[in-house]
Write a protein that binds this ligand. Structure first.
Ligand code: ADP
Ligand code: MG
Length: 238
């Protein structure tokens, strides 16, 4: 079943056309990677899906429901940013549970969900720490924890690992892949790194200049790149 559909999504900022008519279907449980060069519109597209940015035209459905004009909180989506966006004055536990506190969930429920997320992410021993006492990888786990406790239907990741050094990036890549295996939730992951795309994706969407160049599995893109751009980007033999 399609968890998410984009139909002719367009976005302009003034005279600048950034997203130029994108059609896409994401199946339930799929790990989809949006890949493409800096400035091609990856973040804008993700923000449109999250409801943080309004599309100029087009239609978006999540779980079969038209959410084109729905508020972010009504979409069943959680987004993990590159910058972590943790609150420095709050503990790890408070950071993870913040969205639930805002939604006035009962304290017992918040505690249980924070604990379960912290266990999944190996953060149990750090729950009382403040973000500044954490490593980059630990901070990124807290940001992921904050998304997990909301039980989203779809996770969105916007270049979550680009602030980390190479070895930590490799480790976090595995952890996110494991998380996907465990939760079986639909995930959309944005990166400009072709290695991340090739190793993590069930399906890769190659974006260029606000358009989809090609959609396919890593192997399909590698074996049969549709355009010279895809071949160059994926690193296929000519
Ligand atoms: P990517 O994430 O692929 O690097 P973005 O989606 O951030 O690309 O940006 C795509 C294009 O849209 C860029 O040219 C960027 O400058 C422009 N853009 C993004 N957000 C805005 C905005 N709020 N106002 C004006 N232009 C924007
Ligand atoms: Mg971006």
């Amino acid at each position: 079943m399609a968890e998410l559909t984009l139909t002719r999504i367009c976005k302009s900022f003034g005279a600048l056309d950034v997203i130029k008519g994108i059609d896409l279907e994401v199946r339930s449980g799929e790990f989809v990677v949006f890949v493409g060069p800096s400035g091609c519109g990856k973040s804008t597209l993700l923000r449109i899906i999250a409801g943080l940015e309004e599309s100029t035209s087009g239609k978006l459905t999540i779980g079969g429901k038209d959410v084109t004009d729905a508020e972010p909180s009504k979409r069943g989506i959680a987004m993990v940013f590159q910058s972590y966006a943790l609150y420095p004055h709050m503990t790890v536990a408070e950071n993870i549970g913040f969205g639930l506190s805002l939604a006035r969930r009962p304290k017992s429920e918040i505690e249980a969900k924070v604990r379960a997320a912290a266990e999944t992410l190996q953060l149990i021993h750090l729950l009382d720490r403040k973000p500044k006492a954490l490593s980059g990888g630990q901070r990124q786990r807290v940001a992921i924890g904050r998304a997990i406790v909301r039980d989203p239907k779809v996770f969105l990741f916007d270049e979550p690992l680009s602030n980390l050094d190479a070895s930590l990036r490799a480790q976090m890549r595995l952890e996110i892949a494991e998380l996907h295996t465990r939760l079986k939730t639909t995930m959309i992951y944005v990166t400009h790194d072709q290695v991340e795309a090739m190793t993590m994706a069930d399906k890769i969407v190659v974006l260029n200049g606000g358009r989809v160049e090609q959609v396919g599995s890593p192997m399909e893109l590698y074996r049969k790149p549709a355009t010279p751009f895809v071949a160059g980007f994926i690193g296929s033999p000519k």
